[in-house]
Design a binder for this molecule. Structure first.
Ligand code: PEP
Ligand code: MN
Length: 333
């Protein structure tokens, strides 16, 4: 249930109402917007008398919320969430380009790619050190050494680093990682999500291969309900019967999610298509469609990449795309 307060209500009256609602056994989420204060009532609201609450002098309106997600629900938080990643803002009109290789392969590789994408205007560096692979025989990342190389690349470029955590046991290694990515295959690893909810660190939560938007939002809810509100969602393509692409980019997820949630929405055209040539058109479409950012795989030697070379852009291709993304942003602004 959400309770919208009238404009200009005193702190004292607000506190009285909150205390009364808490006494009914409810958790209250307070969202102080520029023009309105919205109280989100979390818990069993069946015993709350809507008419009584609505009749209170300081209350503007009361609505029942039928969706099972509360912390990430736009109804509770009318204003866009802006996630601050070491000074790089995401959401609420702040657009980001996250770029880098699928996997960190060597210090030289990650530093070279980091410098190139930074020169093209990327705001963050991606790179997997712990890689989820379909085959147990494939390269699974450099692990702790890969994280060390990412740190060096950050030092060289100033770009915050985004990298995937697969297992909560590895969390101590991620202490100074700027954004922890939860990969598609772990979107419903609920124990992992709960643990990430105890951190004070931005999380990039990728949509599962066959998960609905409601399931994605419920997974964000796991992280947020445990205390960490800094969640960014990522549409990375889903499994359909389309046969010539790795996945199907569900672009309507972007405006739909914007309606349902206040969290920033990032689009990953690389994993969505699996084909480098298809990445630029899909990246531009996502930009035009209102995404808050893109995450794009870039490799300086895609033919020899240890993972996802076929979908990786070369630095010069990323540069060209970045210019077009900026042009599209100006058109749709
Ligand atoms: C990745 O970003 O490298 C990755 C493995 O993505 P996803 O979890 O979306 O497959
Ligand atoms: Mn990849």
């Amino acid at each position: 249930m959400i309770v919208v307060l009238k404009h200009g209500v005193t702190e004292e009256k607000k506190a009285q109402l909150i205390a009364w609602l808490q006494a009914l056994g409810l958790k209250i989420h307070i969202s102080d917007g520029e023009f309105q204060t919205v109280l989100g009532l979390i818990g069993d609201t069946t015993n709350v008398d809507i008419d009584l609450v609505e009749s209170l002098e300081i209350v503007d309106s009361v609505k029942r919320v039928t969706e099972p997600f509360k912390c990430c629900n736009r109804k509770f938080h009318p204003d866009d969430m802006i996630v601050d990643v070491n000074g790089v803002k995401v959401g609420g009109g702040n657009f980001v380009m996250i770029a880098g290789p699928c996997s960190v392969e060597s210090e030289e590789q990650i530093v070279a790619v980091a410098k190139a994408v930074k020169a093209s205007g990327a705001n963050m560096l991606r790179g997997g050190a712990f890689k989820p692979r379909t085959s147990p025989y494939d390269f699974a990342g450099l692990k702790a050494t890969g994280l060390e190389y990412l740190r060096i690349a950050r030092q060289e470029t100033g770009l915050p680093i985004v990298t995937e955590l697969m297992n909560i046991m590895d969390l101590p290694l991620f202490e100074d990682v700027d954004v922890i990515q939860v990969g598609a295959r772990n979107m419903q690893n609920f124990d992992l999500l709960r643990e990430l909810g105890h951190l004070d660190k931005p999380i990039l939560l990728k949509r599962g291969l066959a998960n609905t938007l409601k399931e994605l939002l419920m997974s964000a809810e796991y992280i947020m309900a445990s205390g960490n509100e800094r969640v960014m969602l990522c549409e990375r393509g889903i499994r359909t019967f389309s046969d010539y692409t790795r996945n199907t980019l569900d672009l309507s997820a972007v405006p739909m999610l914007h309606q349902l949630t206040h969290l920033p929405i990032i689009v990953d055209p690389s994993h969505a298509t699996g084909i480098a040539k298809l990445v630029p058109p899909m990246a531009l479409a996502a930009t035009a469609g209102g995404a808050d950012g893109l995450i794009i795989e870039v490799h300086n030697d895609p033919i020899h990449a240890l993972c996802d070379g076929a979908q990786s852009l070369r630095p010069e291709e990323f540069d060209e795309l970045a210019n077009k993304v900026r042009a599209i942003r100006e058109v749709v602004a």
